[in-house]
Every structure is written in C-alpha cells, then in structure tokens.
Write a new protein. Structure first.
Length: 252
C-alpha cells in the first residue's frame, strides 16, 4: 500500500510541474524517500510510459500514459459526453470561451473547454486545476454547500482580486445564492471575467459550466446576453443528463 501511495504521489508531483521537468534529487526530497528508492521507482514508471526522461536521463516529466488514462476518464463519463454539444451551442451563440468543470476537494478540474475565436487562448485547458475560491466554476459549486464546509483560510491569491479570507468568500457566496450564478471578476486571471452556473443533476452539485470573457469585450448588454444564454444551456443540460439515481454506475 505504501508503494502504491508513493507512486501516485510521484505522478501527481510531476503532473503539477507542467513544463518544468524535475531532477532525481528534487523528487526524492519532495517525497522524502531515499534517492535510490526514487530512482528505482522512476525507472519502473519510465518502462511503462507513465514517466518520461530526457536524453541524459537526468530530467523527469509526466509520461504519455497519464494522458491516455485521463482521456479514458473523460470518454467513460456519460455526463461529459452529454454536456459537450451544449458547450458548442453556447460558444456559437456567444462567441466566448465556455468551460465545464467538476469540484475535486478544494479545487475544480476542467473537463471540457470550447475556446473563443475572438481572442487569444487563456490558460484554461482540459485537465487544468484551479482553487475553487478563485474562479466562476469553483465559486458557484461552493455556493451549493454550507459555509461551514469552507476551509478556514487564508486562501491563495492568484491575482490582487482573489478572495483570501473566509469572510470575504462567504459574503461572495451569499450573493451567488441570491443571484443564481457566480461572477469571477479577474480573481483567477487578470483581464478575464467569468460567469458560472451549477448543474444540479447532483445534490449538492458537483459539475458546473462557465463563460469566460475578456474585460475589454464585456458590456452590460453582452453580460445580460451571457447570463440568459448560459441559463438556457444549463436548463437544457439538466433536462438531458440523468440524475444520480438513474445512472448505471454510482460513482463517488
């Protein structure tokens, strides 16, 4: 069991580093294991495609089998399959970037994205994780839960606009509940405003959709259009996706 946990921890560390490869000693230090044990584990994972190394054998990164497994997760999830066409519909109607995300602990994982053709891509991508307190997707899902479940803080600030205290976040969540959707005003990415809508086919909701817009493109009229279209898309999704009680497999 310890070996399995160590393997998962190593893969998570490498995945979190993105395009920054790691050296053997860095990994051994971070996971607090002997250098020799880390080397043996890396060689095993390299042989199976879960880890890759450079031509010198001194740098390590996440391997292609991690991608294949992640793709398998998306392909096996019936809700992601159902939601994808509606993301296309929202993107075509609004000309903006549309996301689907799922709450995972204190983070949100992006499961599907439709990029706008009107502006350069943001840092969002399938598989990306963001702290739930800084984005439209995460905040609207946190608002589906009692404030007592919020971590005590302080919270990480990704921009000067990020909530860093539990009190500030709780006040925002109260507004989201009253409004029915979340607004992320450059809290996760400077220059980007997001609007999030919980998908209530689970209780509490685990999934949400959002629309991201550059500040320069957002007018009061466009904001009204975004909210109207996204509410309509949410209603279509909730009417199509079966509730958990009707699902063939009950994942937890």
């Amino acid at each position: 069991m310890k070996s399995a946990a160590r393997t998962v921890e190593l893969l998570e560390v490498l995945a979190a580093r993105g395009d920054r490869p790691a050296r053997l000693q860095e990994l051994a230090d971070e996971l607090e294991v002997p250098r020799s044990s880390m080397y043996a584990l890396l060689q095993t994972l390299i042989s199976r495609g879960w880890v890759r190394t450079d031509v010198t054998g001194s740098l390590y990164g996440i391997g292609i089998h991690a991608l294949l497994t992640g793709t398998g997760y998306l392909d096996s999830d019936p809700r992601v399959r159902v939601v994808r066409p509606y993301l296309d519909e929202a993107s075509e109607a609004l000309g903006e970037t549309i996301h689907m995300g799922r709450l995972d602990g204190h983070d949100v994982a992006y499961l599907a994205t439709r990029e706008s053709h009107e502006y350069l891509r943001t840092i969002s991508r399938v598989g990306r994780r963001l702290p739930a307190h800084v984005g439209a997707l995460g905040k609207v899902l946190l608002a589906e839960r009692p404030d007592g479940e919020l971590p005590p803080g302080p919270y990480e600030a990704l921009t000067p606009n990020s909530h860093t205290t539990r009190a500030a976040l709780a006040a925002d969540l109260a507004g989201i509940r009253a409004r029915g959707h979340s607004v992320d005003r450059e809290e996760g990415v400077l220059g980007i405003i997001g609007f999030g809508f919980a998908l209530r086919y689970d209780s509490p909701a685990q999934d949400a959709i959002s629309c991201s817009v550059p500040v320069a493109r957002l007018t009061p009229g466009h904001e009204e259009q975004i909210v109207a279209v996204m509410r309509e898309i949410r209603a279509k999704i909730e009417a199509t996706v079966p509730a958990a009680g009707g699902a063939a497999v009950h994942w937890r």
